[in-house]
Design a protein around this ligand. Structure first.
Ligand code: G3H
Ligand code: 13P
Ligand code: ZN
Length: 351
């Protein structure tokens, strides 16, 4: 089966009341790990590629590896999504490459750092929707700014900042004006491994970030048919951070997004859950372990085999927790041509 439009995967998730992990890919082992977990759990798949990943892989290496995943896994619907596209041109390049979904992150200016005005965000997102929908390609927009900074992308907003959270009334206006298929919301999550500044005053132990889940509840109440996206949703498991440190790493104490908070979001319209950092931690812990315990090894296949297996274990846990497991064969995958007809029929995401 060819790559599936992400919109169909999200529509099916909404029907079934579950969420789908959107996992970042940069190389072959990560793609294989996602597919190992998806095969085992019978899950639909969203793979996403950042601008940094496109650059790292000269666009085509990664694109062709995804073709291999599609060919080798005919029973798992797979959508290929551009993560944090920063401009109309970046989104167009991904569509030209055959991506079935793009994110136009107009919450920030093209530099990927400066918060954008609302009007500019609406304008650039609308232009991407006008390009993508006649080709059957899904569009995710973003309103509000995430905390932190990752690979030069992000406004560096403090993780306890509340000024840049998504405003529910504005979200409704944004979806109506742009026609996006999915909306990424800022509720206090941030990219990367360091998502919280909160500490227990008595014990000094780290606490999870305080998320504005009420905003998700309110946005979902206003737009029950809008697919919501949670970025920065790695859980940063303590056991992985501890393993990294046990085998020579140096990561300070930290805390991610508890899975039960993501599950609460899924009950209130979150259909796409972005996870990248947890894979980085799982692979790094595995590689450090091999380097420490078997210092005589020097074949990359030795340590990448372990890294791939540990990443697959993490993906499997997330697929089960988000509820996508068991849903790969629920629906007949649509082609982009069939999705064009859905858009032509004027079907809107908004309630
Ligand atoms: O947007 C954040 C994702 O984790 C991608 O990260 O830009 O370092 O590839 P990256
Ligand atoms: P994490 O850094 O929490 O994995 O978030 C990834 C993400 O949001 C990619 O867009
Ligand atoms: Zn993100």
């Amino acid at each position: 089966m060819p790559l599936v439009p992400m919109r169909q995967i999200l529509d099916e998730a909404a029907k079934g009341g579950y969420g789908v992990g959107a996992f970042n890919i940069n190389n072959m082992e990560q793609i294989q790990a996602i597919m190992m977990a998806a095969q085992e759990t019978k899950s639909p798949v969203i793979m996403q590629v950042s601008r940094g990943a496109l650059k790292y892989s000269n666009d085509l290496y990664l694109r062709r590896l995804v073709d291999a995943a599609v060919e080798l896994n005919p029973d798992n619907p797979i959508a290929l999504h551009l993560d944090h596209g920063n401009s109309f041109d970046t989104c167009k390049r991904a569509i030209d490459l055959g991506f079935t979904s793009v994110m136009m992150d107009g919450s920030l200016d093209e530099d990927g750092k400066t918060p954008n005005t609302y009007e500019k965000n609406v304008d650039v997102t609308r232009r991407v929707v006008d390009l993508a929908h006649p080709l059957g390609v899904t569009v995710e927009g973003e309103l509000g700014c995430l905390g932190g900074i990752e690979d030069g992308h992000g406004a560096g907003i403090a993780v306890d900042d509340t000024e840049h959270l998504t405003d529910p009334a504005e979200a409704e206006d944004f979806v109506a004006k742009t026609g996006v298929d999915a909306l990424a919301v800022a509720i206090g999550t941030s990219h990367g491994a360091y998502k919280s500044l909160r500490k227990d005053p008595k014990t000094g132990e780290m606490l999870p970030p305080a998320l504005a889940m009420d905003r998700i509840h309110e946005i979902h109440k206003r737009m029950p048919n809008c697919h919501l996206v949670m970025h920065g949703s790695s859980s940063v498991p303590k056991e992985l951070v501890d393993l990294i440190n046990q085998y020579g790493g140096n990561m300070p104490d930290t805390y991610g997004i508890p899975v039960d908070q993501i599950q609460d979001g899924i009950k209130h319209g979150v259909r796409k859950v972005n996870v990248d950092t947890d894979m980085r931690l799982a692979m790094t812990a595995a590689i450090r372990k091999v380097f420490t315990e078997q210092p005589e090894k020097f074949d990359p296949r030795d340590y990448l085999t372990h890294a791939r297996a540990e990443a697959a274990k993490m993906y499997k846990e997330r697929m089960l927790a988000f509820g996508q497991a068991g849903h790969a064969a629920d629906f007949k995958p649509m082609t982009l041509e069939e999705m064009i007809k859905v858009y032509e029929s004027g079907e809107k995401i908004q309630a």
